[in-house]
Design a protein around this ligand. Structure first.
Ligand code: IMP
Ligand code: MG
Length: 179
């Protein structure tokens, strides 16, 4: 059974950082009405905090993609499980993601959204794990860069659990639990 080893980022630091990120987006998108896409389910918690820090007429949408199974390593492909509801052609789009690891999910998804005719596509990720990259990808807004560890909380899960933790914690796995 896995256990939470340590708190990497506490709730107070998260709150401050998300406020900074929101302020930055508000400045960058002044006078605009971007479509802000929540990548389910991992980004739900971050998304709901972030959008309330942006005083602009945002349009909400959600998408669900899969690249991971129950374990902790990437399968290298994504499927759209639940697509957007709105037509994004000609729109400014901000994709809100929990964490970028291999980069495969965001590289593929942003390409898909550009191919649908979006005017612009930017990615806002709460966490970035550069050591995991398998393809070249850089997010436009990043909350924190972290090292090569598996984290949970603030929307992120291990095997569907721990999304509700109000902080980011690092998890330790017993031998054989990593895929
Ligand atoms: P990738 O960038 O395509 O490898 O996939 C990123 C996705 O992998 C994220 O949206 C998460 O769902 C998942 N992921 C990667 N690293 C972690 C982690 O440390 N904890 C929880 N989920 C993770
Ligand atoms: Mg995810």
């Amino acid at each position: 059974m896995e256990k939470i080893d340590k708190i990497l980022i506490n709730a107070k630091d998260i709150k401050n950082r998300v406020a900074q990120m929101g302020a930055l987006i508000q400045t960058d998108y002044a006078e605009k009405s971007p479509v802000v896409i929540c990548v389910l389910k991992g980004a739900m918690v971050f998304y709901s905090d972030l959008v309330r820090q942006i005083d602009l007429p945002l349009i909400f949408d959600t998408i669900s993609v899969s690249s991971y199974g129950a374990g902790t390593s990437s399968s290298g492909k994504i499927n759209i499980i639940k697509d957007l509801d709105c037509d994004i052609s000609g729109k400014d789009v901000i994709v809100v993601e929990d964490i970028i690891d291999s980069g495969l999910t965001m590289k593929t998804l942003t390409l898909t959204l550009k191919n649908r005719g979006a005017k612009s596509v930017k990615v806002c990720a709460f966490l970035d794990k550069p050591s995991g990259r398998r393809v070249d990808f850089k997010a436009d807004y990043v909350g924190y860069q972290i090292g090569d560890e598996f984290v949970v909380g603030y929307g992120l899960d291990f095997d569907g659990k721990y999304r509700n933790l109000p902080y980011i914690g690092a998890i330790s796995l017993d031998e054989g639990e990593r895929e």
